[in-house]
Design a protein around this ligand. Structure first.
Ligand SMILES: Cc1cc2nc3c(=O)[nH]c(=O)nc-3n(C[C@H](O)[C@H](O)[C@H](O)COP(=O)(O)O)c2cc1C
Length: 148
């Protein structure tokens, strides 16, 4: 977790990662990224200590972190906080990962921004569940979501 006075230095690292990967990023985008990381009440880094030689396949190790992250989000919201999962190319930056104590093949599944919501966010329009759910009846399922 990154919080308190260390946010500023961490935001500098994020910005440096961005400058390595997107040297042409506009100033406004760079400033917004730095501002978010330096002012967010708390930031949870979703670290993955991947083991390529482990009996658990890498995809399961990664999905485990994602499932844990979802539980963290649910817990935050249940306790009245707000959480937002963010990713970006900077999550692949080796300098940033090393600073977080995640040397190769360590990675992160992103960050969860943590705060207290200032307003109720309107829900977005949701896809039709019938396009994504089916009961298998012996025939190959064709999902509406895959229709042209
Ligand atoms: C792996 C992952 C990465 C995400 N990265 C971002 C991101 O970089 N920026 C962002 O605004 N939201 C990000 N989100 C949040 C999603 O856009 C979305 O808001 C969230 O999954 C909740 O879904 P809903 O808004 O449809 O309820 C991410 C979510 C996940 C699961």
């Amino acid at each position: 977790m990154i919080k308190g006075k260390h946010r500023e230095a961490f935001a500098d690292l994020v910005l440096e990662a961005m400058e390595r990967q997107e040297p042409d990023a506009p100033k406004a985008k760079r400033e917004k990224r730095h501002h978010r990381f330096s002012t967010m009440p708390a930031i949870i880094a979703l670290g993955m200590h991947i083991r390529h030689d482990h009996k658990i396949p890498v995809i399961e190790q990664e999905m485990t972190v994602a499932a844990g992250a979802m539980n963290v989000l649910n817990a935050l919201h249940a306790e009245g906080f707000g959480g937002m999962w963010v990713t970006g190319p900077f999550c692949e930056d080796r300098v940033l990962l090393d600073a977080l104590g995640l040397p190769e093949p360590g990675r992160i599944a992103g960050f969860i921004f943590v705060g207290t919501p200032e307003k109720v966010i309107e829900d977005r329009k949701r896809p039709d569940i019938d396009d994504y759910f089916a009961i298998w009846k012996g025939e190959t399922i064709v999902f509406g979501a895959d229709a042209d």
